[in-house]
Design a binder for this molecule. Structure first.
Ligand SMILES: Nc1ncnc2c1ncn2[C@@H]1O[C@H](COP(=O)(O)OP(=O)(O)O)[C@@H](O)[C@H]1O
Ligand SMILES: [Mg+2]
Length: 254
């Protein structure tokens, strides 16, 4: 049996609300495992604790009780092994695209020439060849998100934690970003935890979907996604896709 890349057991998480002097329970008894190279989506209604869960995996938040483990070690804080991609691109506005990508590489001691080479390769891979000298403000939202994604990928993380990374993009750009992510994942096979509230997105991208309940968030169902890869948007027109989508929507609305 393969060893889990990331696993959490029996996690509870609450936030103290000083104004009301109460503790708000956000996550309840979360058990979750993801194998190396697996792509799992977490689907749940707004406010159910998805980001809180991802922040725990990232090491940004502590748990009240339970364990979170990555590569056999307890998660006690952020690590370059676990890269996080947010909904808004995270870029330094005063650095150009290439410098933004090279920033993290320099921090980990990469030589300038090697960092430049890597930045160029990734820019080419995401269709942004020739934009290295542009500043973030000169790019569209989708282009900025591509650069943000490269900034994470270029450091070679083993785990990608993605919090609704394409939610702010228009439908067409979102679709091209989904295809890009699948292509990059097929080449590198990182372990991906992908948060979304979009059922179609989860079905198009993932190997498995975990559905969360309303707050306090619990994982109420896990579904293996049966569709063959590579997947394209035409899959969304198939009967099997519609049936699974309705079943998941039904579960989300209960
Ligand atoms: N740092 C925090 N302090 C207090 N409450 C928080 C904090 N982070 C999240 N919450 C609350 O926890 C609940 C779940 O939030 P979140 O994890 O962001 O949900 P989701 O990502 O599913 O929309 C919300 O009610 C939110 O207000
Ligand atoms: Mg969120």
């Amino acid at each position: 049996m393969r060893k889990a890349k990331l696993s959490v057991s029996d996690i509870n998480k609450s936030f103290y609300m000083p104004g009301e002097n109460i503790s708000l329970q956000v996550l309840e008894k979360i058990d979750f495992e993801i194998q190396e190279g697996e792509f799992v989506s977490i689907l749940g209604p707004s406010g159910c604790g998805k980001s809180t869960f991802l922040n725990i995996l990232a090491g940004f938040e502590n748990v009240d009780c339970g364990n979170a483990v990555c590569c056999g070690e307890s998660i006690t804080g952020p690590s370059p092994e676990r890269a996080v991609v947010f909904q808004s691109p995270v870029l330094f506005p005063w650095l150009d695209v290439k410098e933004n990508i090279m920033y993290g590489l320099k921090q980990v001691g990469k030589r300038k020439k090697d960092a430049e080479q890597l930045a160029s390769e990734y820019l080419k891979a995401v269709g942004l060849e020739g934009f290295g000298n542009y500043y973030p403000s000169q790019l569209s939202g989708g282009m900025q998100q591509r650069v943000s994604l490269i900034r994470s990928l270029v450091l070679g993380p083993k785990v990608l934690l993605m919090d609704e990374p394409f939610a702010a993009l228009d439908a067409q750009t979102r679709y091209s970003m989904q295809q890009l992510l699948l292509q990059l994942w097929e080449n590198n096979r990182q372990t991906i935890v992908f948060i979304t509230h979009d059922v179609e997105e989860a079905l198009l991208l993932s190997d498995r979907i975990c559905i969360m309940s309303r707050r306090p968030g619990r994982i109420i169902e896990e579904i293996s996604v049966p569709f063959e890869r590579p997947r394209t948007i035409s899959l969304a027109g198939s009967e099997d896709f519609s049936i699974l989508k309705s079943r998941i929507l039904g579960k989300l609305l209960t």
